[in-house]
Write a protein that binds this ligand. Structure first.
Ligand code: GTP
Ligand code: SPV
Ligand code: MN
Length: 581
């Protein structure tokens, strides 16, 4: 008797007609064979193997460099269940339309069966997925980003309890590109893109879109959050999870190195993009990182902003759409040492600092194993996860949002998350720098109606005897000249110290219309270029600005109709009332 997985592979092969079928075991030998094949056909270019052992460059199709949200659909039976936050197509219509594109698509290609586990191999919270793909780049990347191969097949056995992901590069045309989610069937179909968030189906498609759907049904949370442990000089470690939209600083915060002046502090990385969190028997929320690697933004990364990730990417990593120097090393804007005199740009063309375009694509990325990160937490593969004491919600906001602010309580904290907005970045196609609402940094990733999602968040607080305290942060305030007011990166620890002190009841705060704010002397600014006047500005409440923000919130809430929990209307009214007082 074939197992349910074997049956699905057979069915898929009948549909897609591959030349060969290869079941991935995740071994080193298999990986080398995949890489050799890709070096032969030009999918990969070897980097300088002395300085970057086992590292490769991949140049994608120039029209396939970021997530394409307008081609991403949630196909629930009822349109209302996908909500105004998702593109929707009826499942039958989607299967007909996209099924047609899969017909015979793997002719002359190998079909790779990629079994993987999201989460530590022995965690009860981990889940199995299987991705069928015709891209060896996807198979090799999944080996870095997940626990891929034999361990997953062993965990699955003959069960049918796995997420089915079908992926093909198709012809890479945006006109025939679709990323379809069927949350009710635990299935994903993706065609026409080889880009990370569209093609590595364990990540955003499973761990967030299907994950969030499953989490609501089962009473847990799947969030676009980094996870860190902050160790104080006393030895006490406090775990924090933080939601920032794409390309807004999760990977950087996840690997923060405390500056010289903050002696005795250490930050330990548990995860940099996704958190799966379950209520524990102690009434706290426990988080695992479902991933095994980092798919991080290259531009802006250097030994000042993120030395830990610089150390991580020196071996066993795949770089996508960065530039190549004559030495065979990767280059991107913002890398140490400035631009090389000449290079090959991300599209494979000769480049010099006088060239018009950028050397690396603004959304160029590295795929690198988490275990290579020098500050990985000893708990990062702990089966039960780590206990979360605080949530941070942050975004890229030039004005209004203070450096750090604590919510009055859980419900108010949820409202802070739901009213988040941020300037758009290169992580998705479309205009960059435009302010858009992005509740909990989940707008592109919530696999169901966000009104229901907000309700789920409110309920989770009621279920937890000891829920995380909720804070809003903003590292991106600028002055009139557009210069950042706050130094950011490692110096963000100065704001996190206040967060930790609040969590443990060890710091004062002033109660304002928008929440609890630190007194200016609660934030240590010794040794950084932040004047008392600037700190004052970073910690002030711009009343007219907030009156306007409350109005914008109402406009945003309106679209969810009666799916929006009334508690959020109450919070909005309460904010208004405090501002009018
Ligand atoms: P995704 O992988 O898309 O989810 O992004 P992310 O949230 O992990 O963002 P990442 O940490 O890669 O940062 C994206 C960009 O923001 C990089 O260019 C960073 O240099 C920049 N950045 C990160 N932290 C800070 C900060 O504290 N201040 C400033 N000014 N820039 C920052
Ligand atoms: C993001 O865009 O939030 C990312 C990169 O983390 S992707 O995996 O492409 O979604
Ligand atoms: Mn992300």
């Amino acid at each position: 008797m074939p197992t349910p997985l074997e049956q699905w592979v057979e069915e898929t092969a009948r549909l897609t007609r591959p030349k060969n079928i290869h079941w991935c075991d995740g071994s080193e030998e298999e990986n080398q064979r995949l890489i050799e094949g890709m070096l032969d056909d030009g999918t990969l270019t070897a980097l300088n193997q002395e300085r970057y052992p086992n590292c490769y460059l991949h140049r994608s199709d120039p029209k396939d460099v970021a997530r394409t949200e307008h081609l991403t659909f949630v196909c629930t039976r009822e349109k209302e269940d996908a909500g105004p936050n998702n593109n929707w197509m009826a499942p039958a219509q989607a299967k007909e339309k996209v099924g047609g594109l899969f017909q015979g698509v793997m002719k002359d290609r190998t079909l790779y069966v990629v079994p993987y586990i999201m989460g530590p191999v022995t965690s009860p919270y981990s889940q199995v997925g299987v991705e069928i793909t015709d891209s060896p780049y996807v198979a090799a990347s999944m080996r870095i980003m997940t626990r891929m191969g034999r361990a997953a097949l062993e965990r699955l056995g003959s069960s049918e309890n796995y997420v089915q992901g079908l992926h093909s590069l198709g012809d890479l045309s945006p006109d025939r590109r679709f990323i379809m989610h069927y949350p009710e069937d635990r299935a994903i179909w993706s065609i026409g893109s080889g880009y990370g968030g569209n093609a590595l189906l364990g990540k955003k498609c499973f761990a967030l879109r299907l994950g969030s759907y499953m989490a609501r049904e089962e009473g847990w949370l799947a969030e676009h959050m980094l996870i860190i442990g902050i160790e104080e000089p006393s030895g006490r470690t406090t775990y924090i999870a933080a939601a920032f939209p794409s390309a807004c600083g999760k990977t950087n915060l996840a690997m923060l190195i405390p500056p010289e002046s903050q002696k005795g502090y250490k930050v330990w990385t548990v995860g940099d993009d996704i958190a799966w969190m379950h209520p524990g028997p102690d009434g706290r929320l426990w988080a695992i990182n479902p991933e095994a690697g980092f798919f991080g933004v290259a531009p802006g990364t250097n030994s000042h902003t993120n030395p830990n990730v610089m150390a991580t990417v020196t071996k066993n990593s795949i770089f996508t759409n960065v530039a190549l120097t004559p030495d065979g090393t990767p280059y991107w804007e913002g890398l140490d040492g400035g631009p090389p005199a000449e290079a090959i740009d991300w599209q494979g063309k000769p480049w010099t600092p006088r060239s018009e375009g950028k050397a690396a694509h603004p959304n160029s990325r590295f795929t690198t194993p988490a275990r290579q990160c020098p500050v990985m937490s000893s708990e990062w593969e702990s089966p039960q996860g780590v206990p979360i004491s605080a949530f941070l919600f942050g975004g890229r906001r030039a004005g209004l949002i203070p450096l750090v602010c604590q919510s009055f309580n859980w419900q108010h904290g949820v409202s802070l998350g739901t009213t988040m907005a941020s300037e758009t970045t290169a992580a998705a196609t479309g205009k960059v720098g435009k302010i858009r609402r992005d509740p909990m940094a989940m707008l592109p990733f919530c696999g169901y109606n966000m009104g229901d999602y907000f309700g789920h968040w409110l309920n989770m607080g009621k279920k937890l005897a000891d829920p995380p305290k909720i804070f809003r942060v903003n590292w991106f305030r600028t002055n009139q000249e557009g210069k950042f007011l706050w130094p950011g990166f490692g110096e963000n620890l100065r704001a996190l110290r206040w967060v930790i002190a609040r969590v443990h009841g060890e710091a004062e705060a002033r109660e304002t219309e928008i929440g609890y704010l630190p007194h200016t002397n609660d934030i240590d600014t010794t040794g950084i270029d932040v004047s008392p006047a600037v700190l004052d500005e970073l910690l002030s409440v711009d009343r007219p600005g907030w009156v306007n923000a409350a109005e914008r919130q109402r406009e945003f809430f309106q679209q969810f109709g009666d799916r929006l929990p009334r508690e959020l209307w109450q919070e909005n009214a309460a904010l208004d009332k405090r501002l009018q007082a």
